[in-house]
Design a protein around this ligand. Structure first.
Ligand code: SF4
Length: 428
């Protein structure tokens, strides 16, 4: 891409790619490819660039973005050029937040969608980006129906398709507004966001998210745009996050998770090769920290599933690793005080009965808590090669003990109920 085009990008959108974040292992560059889709060759190209310009560690975030870690500051301009040349940057114009709209990884492909949600999502994204002054982290879900509901994601606005022609608006606090015609949704969304920017600017408390407004303020905002309150609709069924999902044209998509949302360059290259061998032409990023391998014939789907299982990917919905968050930790991250990623694999295996009972585990190399900012049933924070143990809390809460990996595994051995085993881990 020419230098002027790149400069336009620099002044405009996609701050994740163009404005990287400094982390413990260098710059983190966030990448949202156009239409949330990559070819197998592009996947291999991402791996190559991650190795050339950074430490080769690649993640998928909880919002379905690729994250390249350990990028050297001096290499960032060349990386941006390479990503632009490979068509891997989601191009847009204007100033504003990160990408606004989150939608199903199979938007526009799933057999059971009520509409082509990708088309609506793009229209809403364009309309939203036209609103000046939006806070950086504002986010919208476009839910086109089908098996891949996104109810578990905390967002500012939820657009739920209820029939092929009608879309209901949902605001934080389970406030819902009667369906409007699908064609009116982008304009109404822009109106709502514009109204929120005005309210936010007037607020002495610097309100940055819609969920920070009280219910009365939200209702006033919505009704001022012509939306009519209604009772909350039934919650959507729990989504399929791992496994096979039917697409249109009798094809299937295979949703698979990266272990702890992470891989290295070799792993990513192998995934691209396996996908290509299975006839996959499109790979979508999944907000469940993995990939959707699209356009599979039924026989190829089974073969790819077996191959991904051999590669160590998460292909079963009851895989204990799905209940574990972990960062890179030492030695890849200079701030790491323990090898969080390697230890998380050991703990996921050792604690699989607990994890199967719903325990959530967060293993963090240090208190910065990059992988999971919130609380978990059990949080382990690296400290001098061991772990500070926090029960039902986050990395900055008070630790009840400091234990080595070996001690942790021993104290959490099977045979007691979950609470007793957690208690046992931090007593003595
Ligand atoms: S939380 Fe993990 S990745 Fe983040 S700075 Fe600490 S060790 Fe590094």
């Amino acid at each position: 891409m020419s230098a002027p085009a790149r400069e336009t990008m620099r002044r405009g959108w996609c701050p994740g790619t163009l404005r990287p974040m400094l982390t413990g292992d260098g710059l983190l560059v966030r990448l949202h490819p156009p239409h949330n889709a990559l070819t197998p060759d592009q996947l291999a190209r991402v791996a190559e660039l991650a190795a050339r310009h950074g430490n080769g560690q690649i993640e998928i975030s909880g919002r379905g973005n690729l994250q390249l870690r350990g990028i050297r500051a001096e290499a960032h301009p060349a990386l941006v050029d390479d990503l632009l040349a490979a068509g891997l940057v989601d191009e847009a114009e204007g100033d504003g937040p990160n990408r606004l709209v989150l939608t199903s990884p199979l938007a526009g492909r799933a057999a059971d969608e009520l509409i082509d949600a990708a088309v609506l999502a793009e229209a809403v994204e364009r309309a939203g980006r036209g609103v000046a002054g939006l806070p950086a982290k504002l986010s919208i879900v476009v839910d086109g129906g089908g098996a891949l509901a996104l109810d578990s994601f905390a967002v500012d606005l939820r657009l739920r398709v209820v029939t092929a022609e009608a879309v209901a608006f949902g605001l934080p606090g389970d406030l819902w507004f009667a369906p409007v015609a699908r064609d009116e949704v982008p304009v109404l969304t822009a109106q709502l966001l514009g109204g929120f920017v005005t309210v936010s600017r007037r607020s002495p408390d610097q309100i940055r998210r819609m969920r920070d407004l009280d219910p009365e303020g939200l209702a006033t905002l919505a009704t001022s745009c012509g939306l009519v309150p209604m009772a909350a609709p039934a919650a959507r069924p729990k989504p399929i996050t791992i496994g096979l999902v039917a697409e249109r044209d009798s094809q299937f998509a295979l949703l698979a998770g990266l272990p702890f949302g992470r891989t290295g360059t070799d792993g990513l290259v192998r995934l691209g090769t396996l996908a290509s061998d299975a006839g996959v032409r499109e790979i979508r990023l999944s907000p469940w920290r993995g990939f959707a391998f699209c356009g599979l014939r039924p026989d190829a789907a089974g073969v790819l599933q077996a191959a991904l299982r051999s590669e160590g990917l998460v292909v079963e919905p009851d895989d204990p690793r799905l209940s574990v968050s972990a960062c890179t930790g030492a030695p890849a991250c200079a701030r790491g005080k323990a090898p969080a990623l390697a230890d998380a694999a050991v703990l996921a295996d050792a604690l699989s009965p607990l994890l199967a009972h719903g325990l959530s585990l967060h293993v963090s190399g240090c208190a910065k808590s990059c992988a999971h900012p919130g609380s978990a049933d059990l949080t382990l924070v690296g400290a001098g090669g061991r772990y500070d143990v926090i029960v039902a809390g986050g990395a900055n809460d008070a630790a009840m003990a400091r234990l080595s990996l070996r001690e942790l595994v021993r104290r959490l051995e099977p045979g007691q109920d979950i609470r007793a085993r957690l208690d046992a881990a931090h007593t003595g």
